[in-house]
Ligand binder design. Structure first.
Ligand code: CTP
Length: 402
């Protein structure tokens, strides 16, 4: 399966003669399994028809901020939504005008508005005549795009539309897709790997309406799942009850409620994965008996007998084969020493220590402060930061261990 498969590609076409090759580019992306949407600058329409591109991409092609909707009322083509929809943006061909506007943050067409709103990787395939391509203004603009985080496919040598020969041709569509695959692969160290993550709280039923639970939001586990997917992994996310949603074709979200359901969902997948991370706040105790009817006040239930839940992480550690297993430890005293004891007792390969002693860190909030401890007792403490960034830190530590 190609790394492009199921990727959402926003193709921006600007108005140069190389635009006539973009139907082949759309077809090559679709053949690899990508989902493609096309935005064009108004002048690109002179070189290739939107009908051809919409037929090949199986999506409407957009070229202006508004278009006629029902009863001729104009409808807004939301560039922010389009930019957020895409996993990556590809601007091909990128003309001198478009490149210069991208550098200056001019925003006079839909393609540029999408580019400026995009937070995803942007790939640029310049195409122009040889002298224009060699001009210091264009070369410095291309350098600036690289500094701004774009990947620039160098133009190729060959026969140009002007009749001249030289460097300025847009890279051929098939080669562009191959290079795109190679670049994405080099940035995706977990491609072909499977990752299992537990997240959120568990609810242990007392009767049909009551439960024992905790305040875990699941944000850390969901951030880990998103990050694993961005590194190319196929992810199984087993989540207790949370208000979070996740939409990513690389993530198989399995929703559970109790620790027993979490245990079963985990062990349906654990033996097929390469990395497992237990970030869930699994309840430690559950009622010994679950009442089949709502317990009434006059029944006088002053106490509920509790028994221990099964420890999912310990069971993963006990039955571990080649998986790299990471646990979490939430501690309030003797933090590192306690975390290390947990790591050994549960036979994990590393443990992420969350401290509740830091204001703004941990349960519920958007930030976390962690120390990553490997089984060789190598420690790395990170500053308080958003959980999305903490997830990236955790994976960079895991990658340095495996
Ligand atoms: N864990 C688990 N199953 C349980 C309890 C905990 O998988 N029934 C996992 C958590 O997901 C976490 C790690 O074990 O990765 C440590 O959880 P924590 O609550 O900090 O530790 P406990 O073992 O429950 O010990 P204690 O509450 O006494 O600190």
């Amino acid at each position: 399966m190609s790394i492009i498969s199921r990727k959402k590609v926003l193709l921006g076409i600007s108005g140069g003669i190389a635009a006539y090759k973009t139907p082949l580019l759309v077809r090559a992306l679709i053949k690899k399994g990508a989902e493609v949407k096309v935005v064009m600058t108004p002048s690109a329409i002179d070189f290739v028809t939107p009908l051809t591109l919409s037929t090949l991409s199986r999506n409407p092609v957009l070229s202006s901020f508004t278009e006629a909707g029902q009863d001729d009322h104009p409808e807004w083509n939301n560039h922010v939504d389009l930019a957020l929809w895409a996993d990556l943006m590809l601007i091909a061909p990128a003309t001198s005008n478009t490149i210069s506007a991208m550098v200056k943050a001019s925003c006079n067409n839909l393609l540029l508005a999408c580019y400026l709103s995009s937070k995803r990787p942007v790939f640029v395939a310049p195409a122009m005549d040889l002298d224009m391509y060699a001009h210091p203004a264009n070369q410095s603009n291309l350098e600036q795009l690289k500094i701004n985080g774009c990947y620039v496919f160098p133009a190729e040598e060959g026969f140009l539309a002007s009749g001249l020969e030289g460097k300025g041709r847009m890279i051929e569509p098939e080669d562009m897709v191959l290079q795109l695959e190679n670049i994405l692969l080099s940035k995706a160290p977990l491609v072909n790997k499977k990752v299992l993550i537990t997240a959120g709280p568990t609810y242990e039923p007392i009767d049909p309406v009551r439960f024992i639970g905790n305040h875990s939001s699941g944000k850390m586990g969901y951030a880990l799942a998103n990050h694993a997917a961005s590194l190319g992994a196929q992810v199984v996310l087993v989540s207790g009850p949370t208000s979070l949603t996740i939409e990513n074709s690389m993530i198989n979200l399995i929703k559970v409620t109790s620790s027993k359901e979490m245990f079963e969902a985990v062990f349906a997948h654990y033996h097929q994965v390469d990395i497992a991370i237990a970030s869930a706040a699994v309840a430690d105790f559950k009622p010994a008996k679950v009442a089949s009817q709502k317990i009434k006040k006059h029944d006088g239930a002053e106490s509920i007998e509790l028994i221990e839940t099964q420890d999912i992480l310990s069971e993963m550690g006990r039955t571990k084969k080649d998986q790299f297993l990471v646990g979490f430890a939430l501690e309030t005293e003797n933090e590192e020493a306690n975390a290390l004891v947990k790591l050994k007792k549960k036979n994990a390969d590393a443990i992420v220590l969350n401290s509740l002693n830091d204001k703004d860190a941990g349960f519920g909030g958007d930030k976390n402060k962690i120390t990553f401890i490997s089984k060789n007792n190598e420690k790395k403490t990170f500053e308080l930061k958003p959980k999305t960034e903490v997830a990236a830190d955790i994976f960079s530590e895991i990658l340095s261990c495996i």
